[in-house]
Design a protein around this ligand. Sequence first.
Ligand code: PLP
Length: 391
Amino acid sequence: MAEQNLSYILNHLGEDRDSYFQAVSPPVIQSSNFYFKTVDDLRQDISDELANRIYTRGNNPTTEILRKKLAALESAEDALVFASGIAAVAAAVLAFVKQGAHIVSVGSVYSWTTRLFKEYLPRFGVETSFVDGRDLVKIEEAIRPETSILYLESPTTMLFELQDLRSCAMIARKHGLISMIDNSCCSPIYQRPIELGINLSIHSVTKFLNGHSDVVMGAVCGSKELINHIFNTEFINIGGIVSPHDAALVIRGLRTLPLRVDRSYQSALKIVEFLHQQSRVLQVNYPFHAQHPQYDLAVRQMEGQPGLFSVLFKANSINEMEDFVHRLNYFLIAVSWGGHESLVMPVCAFHGGPTGQDSPLPWNLVRFYIGLEDPELLIEDIRQAMEALPA
Ligand SMILES: *Cc1c(COP(=O)(O)O)cnc(C)c1O
């Protein structure tokens, strides 16, 4: 995206400062309701709840500023924001299925998305086939006459596998499917799927877009027509909206988005390079490194990749993995990512738990999120913690 355009979007787009006392930062319009001077004004405006200001479940002026910025970042015509990323995923999917419909999804998508497809939607007669998203032939073969959605997540957020987005968009168009992607991992700074022909780009705004680990939010971006459809069905009827205060926090978070993702990306390049040279490391799942099997595709459709990747370590036992993680001083053990602070999520935490169900992912896999700290400090931290593992 042109630097000039990005600067305009993040600092000015949607901000009508003269309408609120020339304040530089937009006000939090903490009002559930908006009044009308005449009956006819209400009569006119109620016909379009998305475009007009009637009730905050439909539209709110603070939230509208955020929607405009998110849509522009994704090269989309419009965007809706939701109370969480998974609310955004669920609304986008539900809006384009009916009883008996079928979905083709790439495998190993975000855990709660998997649950939506495997456990929730079958209650309404909607079935999902999971395919290896690296294989375009398998994707096309899985499409049936009743298929209505092609669901993508690229990179996937545990194994970091990519799908060829331009080709997936063409396959979807050929078969009359709505294509949608969870674009949380790259952020629109490094990947804009709508420019490649994908219909809807979905975000967990919780992650990079807010970036400060203090808001849970989701977004769906797309054409006016598709966004209007989602608005009139799942959005306004299920009502998983955001508070105007959270919208203002995310507008603030967005001001520094390019700086934050660039810092995370630059640090990741150094840390991944370091990890590739370690005898205690078996594999690094980070497509934006020349040794990754999908590097060529990564460079073709992404402009960078922020610091989220997973590492398979040489280890003899879960105890050794736990010891490694406990020795880290600058990585908090936590789910989520995209904030200022570095995190580590060891898959061994999902083995041997109270449910007795082990993760399908290997216990010696660890996901790292690289925050805004000094990369040399983080490398030193990983180096000293690796002494817990066999050389
Ligand atoms: C976190 C996450 C979500 C869900 O977002 P929430 O804001 O936590 O509901 C969806 N997709 C991906 C890839 C995520 O990492």
